[in-house]
Design a protein around this ligand. Structure first.
Ligand code: MD3
Ligand code: FE
Length: 221
């Protein structure tokens, strides 16, 4: 049973570890893993958002996303009327995206290794900001070139209910609470599962106020 839950992950994840929840094959929640790094992460994020402010992108279908986004790293995720893509240039400034802060790179590599993915080298970090009512509808992340690399996500601020589906859009979804400091590694057989985020409840977080920030580190290129 335990073996099945961790299929596709390395030996490191198979050992029972405190604060580590297996969501499904290939998906591991590291509860509170980012807590020791939060102060540094937030300071580094200030620089990122000063250079590349949060904005509401538009879907290819013409809808304004309720989640505000920006990016750091060599590549950034962009959505506009022409579709979704990774681009080295922020279309709003015409400049390259700000560099991936070392603190974020280190955290992502440590988390990936803990889940059994040694040698994770992300080149893109999508930064999502949820204010009360913001949500992310069910989708797959499939614009990245190398599907053998995991995605590492870091949640900060207000808690959210994450929707975790299957490989088909119509598959049943479970709801997973993700709170401040939680880090999730999604790889192997979980990499292409449908997922989304329910509308953020209006609460106040002691450090971040009325928002949730989610960082997703990816190997996009
Ligand atoms: C499961 N972000 O940016 S992070 C996204 O909380 C995205 O902002 C959500 O989905 C957020 O694309 C969820 C968790 C996540 C990220 C990528 C995944 C879960 C995933 C890829 C495959 C399966
Ligand atoms: Fe996603």
């Amino acid at each position: 049973m335990t073996r099945d839950l961790f299929d596709g992950l390395g030996a490191a994840a198979s050992a029972a570890q405190p604060g580590v929840d297996a969501l499904a094959a290939g998906a591991v929640v590291l509860r509170g893993f980012a807590i020791p790094s939060v102060a540094r992460l937030l300071a580094d994020l200030e620089h990122v958002t000063a250079a590349a402010p949060f904005r509401h992108m538009v879907t290819p279908g013409g809808f304004r996303m309720s989640v505000a986004m920006t990016n750091c790293g060599a590549l950034g995720w962009v959505s506009d009327g022409t579709g979704y893509r990774y681009d080295a240039v922020d279309p709003q400034s015409g400049a390259n995206w700000p560099a991936l802060p070392a603190s974020l790179m280190q955290l992502a590599q440590d988390a990936a290794a803990r889940a059994g993915f040694d040698g994770f080298l992300p080149d893109a970090c999508l930064v999502n900001r949820y204010q009360p009512g913001a949500r992310l509808s069910l989708h797959q992340d499939r614009n990245e070139r190398d599907m053998t690399a995991p995605i590492v996500s870091v949640s900060l601020g207000l808690p959210a209910l994450f929707l975790f589906g299957g490989l088909r859009r119509a598959d049943t979804r479970s709801r997973v609470p993700l709170g401040h400091g939680d880090v999730v590694v999604w790889g192997g057989p979980a990499r292409l599962r449908y997922h989304g985020v329910l509308a953020l409840k209006d609460c106040e977080h002691p450090l971040l106020g009325r928002q949730r920030i989610n960082l997703t580190l990816r190997k996009a290129g």
